[in-house]
Design a protein. Structure first.
Length: 156
């Protein structure tokens, strides 16, 4: 029998940051029927700081961007757990919208957002953790965060 998402988090030795609180007038997640809409999250670390920087500059690498996307995924998992009580209530990831803070000539947004997508696949499985996705570049993101991601889950 395959592991549950909560067990996978433990098996992968993942540390979720505290569930983020809204920084403006919005909810971090809204459940409508069997859908959970998760607002845009940034790469929040366990110490409550954000990973900042702009891809395409010499001081922020593709690997650092991918790690920022993974960290954003951990923050989203924290919100999902906080909202539903358990990650085991997630049936599948439906849609991801990934935004990358980058220069005009940076072209590897999909590779950056893979940091998030690979995490979701590892936690929820190949079928349930991989959904539809967009990965786009932005010339700036709030607070100079490296990545912002929003998504939709099907839940119990």
């Amino acid at each position: 029998m395959p592991s549950t998402p909560e067990k996978r988090v433990q098996e992968l030795h993942l540390t979720l940051p505290p569930a983020p609180k809204p920084v403006a007038v919005y909810k971090t997640a809204v459940k409508i029927g069997n859908l959970l809409y998760v607002s845009g999250h940034g790469p929040l670390k366990a110490d409550k700081t954000m990973i900042t920087g702009r891809l395409g500059t010499k001081d922020f690498t593709l690997d650092q961007g991918k790690e920022a996307a993974k960290q954003t995924g951990l923050a989203i998992l924290a919100t999902v757990r906080d909202t539903l009580g358990s990650l085991d209530k997630v049936k599948r990831l439906i849609k991801t919208y990934g935004m990358v803070n980058c220069t005009d000539d940076f072209l590897d947004q999909p590779k950056v957002i893979n940091g998030f997508s690979e995490l979701m696949r590892d936690v929820f499985g190949e079928d349930n953790g991989v959904g539809a996705r967009s990965a786009v570049g932005h010339n700036s993101l709030p607070g100079n965060i490296a990545v912002e991601i929003e998504c939709i889950f099907e839940v119990e």
